[in-house]
Write a protein that binds this ligand. Structure first.
Ligand code: PLP
Length: 364
């Protein structure tokens, strides 16, 4: 078997932490083995720590980030519920589509791509929606939105509205405080700043959300009541629901242990420093950053393709000649923007210098 090594510096997956790779290769355990249950419990505790939450129902769902989005709406939307979705990129738009499939009356609040979510506009969209949903780190544009401000504004209105945050590109890279921010429902993916292969969707559900959940969601596989009986256990122990992807959970456990032992502020600082260096270096190369200043994600940088360069050809040369993967833009920016990720184990200055040097050569 030929092993191909790449520097995965696109919007994800990123190169896993070595600890996560070692976790994946550990001897397989049964999904009801007490030794595995200990790993699962530690994983859920690690997710609570990186997310800044005490939510009992915090667990890794089987599937990629999108399964988290699906579970969020499947367990909370009743036909006819009003769901306000802040859309400032591709993943906000996807939330509208998913919510509508569960019968939501979606009120879509569109923003220009490259700009953060405007809290006032989102609040003004409806006086008392069942759910307000927003993307914390929009991977399609490289923009961070202020979820804390959104949560504070919703609480100030003393509404019953649940706040749902997509944290796919923020968890493990940005410091987070779900409980302090007033977030009720959150999901993420393992393949970005958590530094694990794609395959799990960390998920967290508050007590408030639990009280308001759909008791029999239309998707059996994502029924949080049934999943909770396995993850949290009950009087009869852990009830089988589906076979947990044990190797992936062991890998996530190893990555979370790595992240929490490094220290969450230091991990966030590592992402900040690497992203800043990349963004400075791109500007020094004469390139123009896409995301609005002051709202740029360090872990995912968007940069405009220069007028005299062919976006696809440059990406092809980076891959073929330097083994570096960067991403194309999303949506209408597919050929005019590049997306460069420095996430998880790649959030390092040497990775920033690597991609800057290769890009300088290719752009010649
Ligand atoms: N939300 C955001 C912000 C994302 O970046 C992604 C994937 O890139 C998703 C949702 C969907 O996750 P996945 O592709 O892992 O299903």
């Amino acid at each position: 078997m030929t092993l191909i090594q790449r520097a995965l510096l696109g919007p994800g997956p990123s190169n896993p932490y070595p600890e996560a790779t070692a976790g994946l290769a550990a001897p397989l355990l049964g999904h009801l083995d007490p030794a595995f249950i200990r790993i699962l419990d530690r994983t859920c505790a690690g997710l609570r720590e990186v997310w800044g939450t005490d939510n009992a129902l915090t667990l890794p769902l089987s599937g990629t980030g999108s399964i988290g989005m699906e579970a969020a709406f499947a367990n909370t939307v009743r036909a006819g519920d009003t769901v306000v979705v802040a859309v400032n990129g591709l993943f906000g738009a996807r939330m509208c589509e998913v919510a509508a499939r569960y019968g939501a009356q979606v009120v879509r609040v569109d923003h220009p791509w490259g700009e953060p979510v405007d809290v006032e506009r989102v609040l003004a969209a409806h006086p008392a929606p069942a759910i307000v949903a927003a993307v914390h780190a929009e991977t399609s544009t490289g923009v961070r939105s202020d979820i804390a401000a959104l949560g504070a504004a919703l609480r100030a209105r003393s509404s019953d509205t649940l706040l749902l945050a997509d944290c796919v590109t923020s968890l493990g890279g940005s410091e987070m405080a779900l409980d302090a921010w007033g977030v009720d429902i959150a999901y993420a993916g393992t393949q970005k700043c958590l530094g694990v292969a794609p395959g799990l969707a960390p998920f967290s559900f508050s007590e408030r959300a639990w009280q308001r959940r759909v008791e029999v969601p239309p998707v059996w596989y994502l029924d949080l009541g049934l999943l909770g009986a396995y993850v949290r256990g009950g009087p009869g122990g852990r009830a089988y629901h589906h076979t947990a992807p044990v190797a992936m959970v062991a890998s996530l456990d190893a990555a979370l242990t790595r992240i929490t032992s490094e220290g969450l502020p230091l991990v966030a600082e590592r992402h900040r420093a690497a992203g800043l260096r990349l963004q400075e270096g791109l500007t020094d190369l004469g390139l123009e950053l896409f995301a609005a200043e002051g709202h740029r994600l360090p872990q995912l940088t968007t940069v405009r393709v220069p007028a005299d360069a062919d976006s696809a050809k440059v990406r092809e040369r980076l891959l073929a000649e330097y083994g570096i993967e960067i991403g194309a833009g999303a949506g209408e920016y597919a050929s005019t923007v590049w997306r460069i990720g420095l996430m998880g184990d790649n959030a390092r200055l040497d990775r920033a210098e690597l991609v800057l040097a290769a890009l300088a050569r290719v752009l010649g």
